[in-house]
Design a protein around this ligand. Structure first.
Ligand SMILES: [Cu+2]
Length: 276
């Protein structure tokens, strides 16, 4: 009976709901423990800090979730139609409210400061001087990778020089542009050396996303935004666009190769320069 004074009934809908909840709990536990859909393998130096922060936030919010939902379930079992007790009602309880508010505020503040520290250690750290510098221009729907070539200097670019074959408007008459490499959809970096990426966009907002490197940064028209990372694992990776930038957004991806040595990277750069 619903007034809490008599024995409850076992209803079909109740049994079905309990079964569904059980399936949901088992499926969730499996997904968290076996991790079949987790992050792709980590391949950058700073990524470990992001992953451990993600783990901390997940554990803290997981504990809060179980406590809150557990309390809800406990009260339903105790004071619901099947229970024998009546729930007491009161309007406010300043002590309980203060405890809940302060506990939540302290936990959230600690998490925010932990996140702030990791963010600052990646974004506000000094840019490394000995880095490979690449100017990356996003456009609908591909990525252009501009390397300075052997002289280490980027050639002049001008929007007026942009044509269907000169995506970034590189001035080939500029002496320092002679050895520049502009690669469409193919990016190479050497392992173990910082990479500074200068991001631009020609049309709409794109987002330069390297899932394995835990790096994601918007490319905004009219702005040059720098980010950097250090690859720690040689191999082939995906560059994605993480901003819904138009109808062809789904195919806006590029291939990133982390070469296993500086020599291998230079060999690729030389080969690409010869094809320009
Ligand atoms: Cu895009």
């Amino acid at each position: 009976m619903a007034d809490g004074s008599g024995p409850g009934r076992v209803t079909l809908s109740g049994v079905v709901l309990a079964g569904l909840l059980l399936v949901l709990i088992i499926a969730s536990l499996y997904l968290f423990i076996a991790q079949p859909f987790w992050f792709p393998p980590l391949a950058s130096e700073h990524g470990g800090r992001i992953d451990s922060l993600f783990g901390t936030v997940l554990v803290v919010s997981g504990i809060a979730f179980v406590l809150v939902q557990g309390a809800l379930g406990l009260f339903v079992a105790r004071y619901g139609a099947n229970g024998n007790e009546r729930a007491a009602y009161w309007h406010d309880n300043p002590k309980v409210e203060a405890i809940l508010l302060i506990t939540t505020a302290v936990i959230l503040t600690v998490l925010v400061f932990m996140g702030q520290r990791v963010w600052a250690s990646i974004y506000f750290a000094d840019q490394p001087q000995n880095a490979t510098i690449i100017q990356i221009t996003g456009e609908q729907f591909f990525w252009n990778f501009h390397y300075p070539g052997a002289d280490g200097q980027f050639g002049r670019t001008d929007t007026k020089l942009i044509t269907s074959t000169n995506n970034i408007g590189l001035d080939r008459n500029d002496p320092v542009a002679k050895d520049d490499v502009v690669s469409v959809g193919i990016m190479h970096v050497p392992i173990g050396k910082p990479v500074r990426v200068r991001l631009r966009s020609k049309d709409v907002i794109h987002s330069f996303f390297l899932p394995n490197f835990r790096l994601k940064q918007d490319a905004v028209p009219g702005m040059g935004i720098e980010v950097w990372f250090t690859p720690t694992r040689a191999g082939q990776y995906e560059v994605a666009c993480a901003e819904l930038c138009g109808l062809g957004h789904y195919r806006m991806k590029a291939a990133l190769t982390v070469d296993e040595s500086e020599e291998a990277f230079n060999a690729w750069l030389k080969m690409a320069a010869e094809q320009q």
